[in-house]
Design a protein around this ligand. Structure first.
Ligand SMILES: [Zn+2]
Length: 253
């Protein structure tokens, strides 16, 4: 067996093993009907913990709060899954969201990522290997671009915003979601922070940006129209394990 094939096989095996362990650990959470995942429609006593967060992770489809909120926003607020036909580019495609799109007759779907470690069980193998700050498509190509947890990892995030704006058709929209500290007035680049400062922000996760309340302003500065999002307060957020303060940025061209 070639080394690359061996690597893939061992990663597939490890993912299967991890998934089996996850399903065993999830048994106590499955004994109840307090919360519900809108994506896979399974219900639980509570969602499983994820990192430092309780009530976060769906052990069936592996969705987190942001995925469930993005799904509900797309489905109920934007009519994303309904006619008319739309051309969609999804960056860093999380499996739990991409599975809701595949096979939909109204969605002409392309995925992209600049990483190729596609055997990871969380994200899918992308159709195109490319970075969001250098999109290999002509201007005015897509009706919708989805980028959840992507900008936060891009050193030149404003260049990425301009690239998304460029490839969107007039009237199209992008869905952005990133971790934001609403107590912080301005967004900070990781290059401007010491290791100790980073540890105090977002539990020290490895990320390029520490976003503050100017997140929407930064999108608007690149040409987007951005509306403030209070939709999480209008839905049964407790049932879906979503914070009432959760926000998704719908950025229109
Ligand atoms: Zn689920």
């Amino acid at each position: 067996m070639k080394p690359y094939a061996q690597l893939i096989t061992s990663q597939v095996f490890m993912n299967r093993l991890r998934n089996m362990r996850l399903q065993v650990r999830s048994i106590p959470y499955r004994m109840g009907d307090t919360v519900e995942c809108p994506i896979c429609e399974n219900h639980y006593k509570a969602f499983m913990p994820f990192r430092y967060r309780k009530n976060a992770y769906c052990p069936s489809c592996k969705s987190l709060e942001r995925h469930r909120y993005a799904y509900l926003t797309l489905r109920d607020r934007l009519g994303f899954y309904d006619a008319p036909l739309k051309k969609v580019l999804h960056f860093a495609p999380d499996t739990c969201l991409s599975m809701t799109v595949k096979g939909n007759q109204y969605i002409d779907y392309l995925t992209a990522d600049n990483m190729t470690s596609f055997t990871n069980s969380i994200t899918d193998k992308p159709d195109c290997v490319m970075s969001i700050d250098d999109i290999q498509f002509e201007k005015n190509t897509f009706d919708v671009v989805i980028a959840i947890g992507v900008l936060v990892m891009v050193p030149e995030d404003t260049k990425a915003m301009r690239e998304v704006y460029r490839v969107l058709k007039p009237g199209g929209y992008a869905i952005f979601h990133d971790p934001i500290n609403y107590k912080q007035a301005y967004s900070l680049s990781d290059t401007s922070l010491t290791k100790e400062e980073k540890l105090g922000l977002y539990h020290g996760h490895d990320q390029r940006w520490y976003y503050g309340v100017d997140y929407a302003d930064r999108l608007q500065a690149q040409g987007f129209e951005v509306e403030d999002d209070t939709y999480a307060q209008q839905i049964d957020n407790k049932r879906y394990g979503i914070s009432p303060n959760e926000k998704i940025y719908i950025a229109r061209k």
